[in-house]
Write a protein that binds this ligand. Structure first.
Ligand code: MF3
Ligand code: CO
Ligand code: CO
Length: 322
């Protein structure tokens, strides 16, 4: 059974105490917890933190059309003859930035420090952080911890052992956006978290395997939802995969649940993301008043994995591989 009380693991003896005293667990609440039958406040909700000052991008790096207004326009058309090559390079770069950023996930590292790593990695490749200035978003990636479903804003919260954190990376390079994300464990995580991460990744792969020209978009969500249900996990309905290319989010939506309305037929050459968010509990979300952060309504954890894909003659090619 999933209850909020099970949502976070008991710290190890040398881990920081859950009470944020900064002491080791064994020097702090361990004995009190043992007397009372377990770590007391098992529900450690993520709270909004402080944002660092804006990071800058060298003037010579080309910006998408929504910088600086925040409002996306029709996108900037490049040479159609090189479009696919440019998209491949943008997606490969995104995957590399994700790998680099994910490798820095560890207890004590703030999500803002991850943002700094990602920011430098985009620029090193000549790319612009697509999220920076997009509809007013102020950071270069999204970091979504524990019950945060999506669009978490990097801040001064240090990652804690037992957390899970999704790093969502989008680069604008050579006139194209490449978008991918993965959820990483922070130190040792409990078995339920391991399962959530594993099943979410499997669900993404099953969604990708469902892609075939001639099928409806609906087939993708059907495959994802079936795998989540078979493992007792929920699927978030409020956020979808999306068409992508010169434009960060096109009108094409890719639901991750079985949506009878998703009747668009898949065609060779289409490019879109699949980015399922699976939850330990129910799929309902609510929002912080920062205008971005979506959290599960029940406070249970959520994980997400994302790739950008090209529809090919026989199925799909994953573009966001390093
Ligand atoms: N990368 C996210 C996605 O997968 C979008 C982030 S937009 C932001 O679609 F503004 F929230 F950063
Ligand atoms: Co993304
Ligand atoms: Co996306």
């Amino acid at each position: 059974m999933n209850t909020p009380e099970l949502a976070s693991a008991r710290p190890g003896p040398n881990d920081p105490c859950w009470c944020r005293s900064g002491l080791k667990y064994k020097k702090c609440h361990r004995e009190a917890d043992a007397r009372s039958g377990g770590p007391a406040p098992r529900v450690r909700r993520v709270r909004p933190g402080r944002l660092s000052p804006p990071r800058t991008v060298p003037a010579e790096i080309p910006r998408p059309d929504y910088v600086p207004t925040g409002r996306p326009g029709p996108g900037i058309r490049g040479d159609p003859a090189t479009r696919l090559e440019r998209m491949r390079r943008a997606c490969r770069a995104a995957a590399q930035v994700l790998q680099e950023t994910g490798s820095r996930v560890a207890p004590g590292v703030t999500t803002d420090a991850l943002d700094a790593v990602a920011h430098a990695a985009y620029i090193a490749r000549g790319g612009y952080p697509s999220t920076l200035g997009y509809h007013g978003f102020k950071k270069s990636m999204c970091t979504s911890v524990n019950e945060v479903v999506v669009h978490g804003i990097p801040d001064d919260r240090p990652l804690e052992p037992g957390d899970i954190v999704n790093c969502d990376i989008t680069i604008y390079l050579e006139g194209m956006h490449g978008d991918c994300s993965a959820t990483f464990p922070v130190g040792e995580v409990d078995e339920a978290a391991k399962k959530l991460l594993r099943v979410t990744e499997e669900a993404l792969m099953k969604g990708i395997e469902a892609v075939k020209p001639g099928r409806e978009v609906r087939a993708i969500g059907q495959a994802i939802a079936a795998h989540a249900a078979a493992n007792g996990l929920g699927v978030v309905r409020n956020y979808c995969g999306h068409g992508i290319g010169e434009i960060f989010h096109t009108e094409l939506q890719i639901p991750h649940f079985d949506d009878a309305g998703a009747t668009t037929v898949l065609e060779e050459g289409m490019i879109f993301t699949i980015e399922p968010m699976l939850t330990e509990g129910s799929w309902g979300v609510k929002h912080w008043n920062d205008g971005w952060t979506a959290v599960t309504a029940d406070g249970l954890r959520s994980a997400q994995m994302e790739h950008t894909l090209l529809v090919t003659r026989g199925g799909a090619e994953i573009l966001t591989l390093p």
